[in-house]
Design a protein. Sequence first.
Length: 163
Amino acid sequence: METLPTCVERWVRDFAADSKRHALLDLRTFTRITGIDAPKFLDFAKTNDSVETFDLIRKARDNLPEDKPSVPVRFENHMRSFLKHNGVNNLPTSKNTYVPRWHRGYKRDELRKMIGFLDKKHHKLFCTIAVESGLRAQNILDIRYRHVEEDLEVGIVPAAIRF
């Protein structure tokens, strides 16, 4: 396994595993696009004008594929975070925003039909919860035992979900 420069180790030290992987991939992408590795990028940011540094990040960001609009936003945030964690705090304000694509929620009969196409029990459970509760996907993923504990402990079926 290749060792990371100290500035990179310090930057991702407290990240969750998945966040760390994305951050390191974005730093590698930056190096591939610009030809500047992490320590050189940090030196560049410390010795050059903050606008020049920001322009370098934006130029690299503009070379990313446009099929996933969240990727360039995440990329720019990771590059700015890398610099901030290593003492470069003078970057200009970014108008870096991401607006997720909205789609309508499924209707009850659509979800019931979908259950028939699912093979795995936990997928069927997820859809059944959606059908019966009317909750959207992220709310279902947020359910914890404590939210249904009161009814389950006394054997009340169906159980109420108390967030």
